[in-house]
Design a protein around this ligand. Structure first.
Ligand SMILES: O=C(O)CCC(=O)C(=O)O
Length: 318
């Protein structure tokens, strides 16, 4: 432990298991109930949002901001299943042992059959639906507050519209993490409710004198800025780059995640992207061993980016 001053920023599976265990029992779990609630605002237009939150890098829930979206007004698991019956999806993709392919129709049938049977909740995480189920896109119109997303200028239209749906059963969890590449998170709740715990980018998990992780210190430290809130249908969340977040489904739930690159974070974004590509190009064998869980993800992301940017991987220049 003394050599691991900040478990929160470690990426390996053991460290992530310890972090998750801290959320389930012990001092962190006990303190979470009294964490302050995130500010909720229903009076923000784009200019005010920019001024009071984005330029200040302050998270906020924009209450009811997407309440008139067709998806928020009309979607149910079953009407989605009728519209996407044969679309292939990868369920529980975040848990390598549980990950499995099925059609969206089969996924919804499985949700019905397994509800309340005591098995692990099913979660279709990070579903990039736009290319495979484009019929859903008009139900989730662009947010005007997200127009600052610089990825369109950097990578082109297709690469910038990689929004994801998160569809799962009550009890499903997305573990504490930070999004890569210094992008802001925008998340719209469509169906059901989700509990979010967020922590500032400077959150530190320092060992105490006995060498054990001091979870209680995590709650008390102002740098951590541990905050909680429930996202309800029609709510939109703005979470600035590098904030940690952990999500728990309070009911069966559908949410839309989209990322925004703030031009203010461009330097950090490019640095991380280029760093990752250089590591892949120059050090693949070692990375495969030291980052076995992450390696394939990074390669897949790099391939998707090349594809969306029309990069011919068999050529050096074009
Ligand atoms: O809703 C979830 O389970 C996770 C969402 C998330 O991590 C995101 O939108 O960045």
């Amino acid at each position: 432990m003394p050599n691991e001053p900040n478990l929160l920023k470690r990426q390996d599976i053991d460290a992530l298991d310890k972090v998750e265990a801290g959320f389930r029992s012990g001092p962190l779990h006990d303190a979470l109930a009294s964490a302050p609630e995130l500010e909720r605002r229903s009076d923000l237009d784009r200019a005010r949002f920019d001024r009071e939150f984005r330029f200040e890098k302050r998270p906020v829930v924009l209450e009811g901001y997407a309440a008139d979206w067709p998806s928020v007004r009309e979607w149910t698991f079953h009407n989605l299943a009728e519209r996407c019956a044969d679309v292939p999806v990868m369920v529980d993709s975040y848990t390598s042992k549980a990950a499995r392919k099925m059609t969206f129709g089969e996924f919804v049938t499985l949700l019905d059959e397994s509800a309340g049977d005591g098995t692990s909740p099913l979660y279709l995480q990070e579903w990039y639906y736009q290319t495979i189920a484009p019929q859903l896109a008009p139900d989730m119109p662009e947010l005007d507050i997200a127009q600052y997303d610089f990825r369109r200028d950097l990578y082109g239209e297709a690469a910038s519209t990689n929004h994801q749906l998160w569809i799962g059963q009550r009890g499903g969890i997305t573990r504490l993490h930070q999004d890569s590449y210094s992008v802001d998170v925008m998340h719209v709740q469509i169906v059901g409710e989700k509990l979010w715990h967020i922590m500032g980018p400077d959150a530190e998990l320092l060992p105490g004198p006995d060498g054990e992780a001091r979870w209680d210190a995590l709650c008390a430290s102002p740098d951590t800025r541990l905050t909680r809130f429930v996202l309800r249908p029609g709510d939109a969340l703005y979470l600035p780059a590098r904030w940690f977040h952990r999500i728990e489904l309070l009911s069966d739930s559908i949410g839309l995640g989209r990322k925004c690159l703030d031009a203010a974070n461009l330097r950090a974004h490019i640095h991380q992207r280029v760093g990752e590509l250089l590591a892949l190009a120059l050090n693949p064998d070692e990375l495969r061993v030291t980052h076995s869980e992450l390696f394939d993800v990074v390669v897949t992301r790099a391939r998707a980016l090349a594809d969306r940017m029309n990069v011919d991987l068999s050529r050096l220049r074009q």
